[in-house]
Ligand binder design. Sequence first.
Ligand code: TXA
Ligand code: MG
Length: 338
Amino acid sequence: TKRWNIQNDESYNKQSIAEAATLIKEGNTVAFPTETVYGLGADATNEAAVAEIFKAKGRPQDNPLIAHVATVEQLRRLVDNLPTYAEKLIDAFTPGPLTFVLPSNGACAENVTAGLSTVGVRIPDHPVAQQLLQLADIPVAAPSANLSGKPSPTNAEHVWEDLQGKIAGLIDGGPTGVGLESTVIDCTQDIPIILRPGGVTKQQLEAVVGTVMIDPGLANEKEKPKSPGMKYKHYSPEVPLLLVAGTAARMQATIDEQQIKGNRVGVLASEQIARQLHRVEIRNLGANLHEIASNLYDGLRAFKQGDADVIICEAFSEEGIGQAVMNRLKKAASEIIR
Ligand code: TXA
Ligand code: MG
């Protein structure tokens, strides 16, 4: 795996990103930073190249990938039909952490869409991703650059840990910003439907297009999610995670209980709660929901087997970006303590 560090030097950056774009054009896989999480990219029109992504990640074959492009014009070249509301969403939120599920025109390889009639397309808002996509000048299929089942990578070390030796290249562009994946929105019905909550909130979307639905499969255990990826085990830390709703006192009681059992405990909490806890190793995720979103996956990866037996994590507010934070935490949790 070739690794480029492009955090500081502008001239070196261009050279590195050009090399990475060439690798992708030649049918190889390259991990790169976006504003949400790192992606593992390959030529979306090359079936064999896309197959390498599935192989490196150990990803189930029926889980479709997002095609990344630099411009709206390139997005149009992948889809059949754009409803008026989708045009409005494109105007308002691209480039940005929003993925549009639209009727596919067949331009992407069949394994990108996992045989579905729709394709997910995103225009990322990150200078490195933008430059890479412009230089490659092809749609780039890119799931999050983690091993399937693990938390998504929010820095190059996370990618290295999971995929070193399994991919052709890694562009280290430093930590990502948003820290959670894009919002996936189905734009094939009369009303847009959120398939995965993410970087753009429901309130932000509704401010532009009015009513937005949430896939009932996300909240209801009995209903199957519309997005194939949402049914898999996800974001799993190395040790079990207990998600604790309520106050600092409730968290402290859970910590004490675990320690009495002889378990080594690691805590993930907001700054406000962290300050009130005692006698335990704590990762402070930040003072507000945006900071918490940005630090969450690094926190989930921080407590390794051997260092901790259990993670105790605060249940956060589901307002705004909190909806995406809690969606991920509920999937990561082995138990929710209310
Ligand atoms: O922020 C992100 O979206 C990151 C960065 C790299 O762009 N990518 C990402 O990709 O999170 P991935 O593969 O980890 O998640 C894509 C999600 C999956 O849940 C997948 O099932 C869903 O999008 N998806 C992709 N195409 C779809 C389609 N045509 N219909 C329904 N869901 C789709
Ligand atoms: Mg993923």
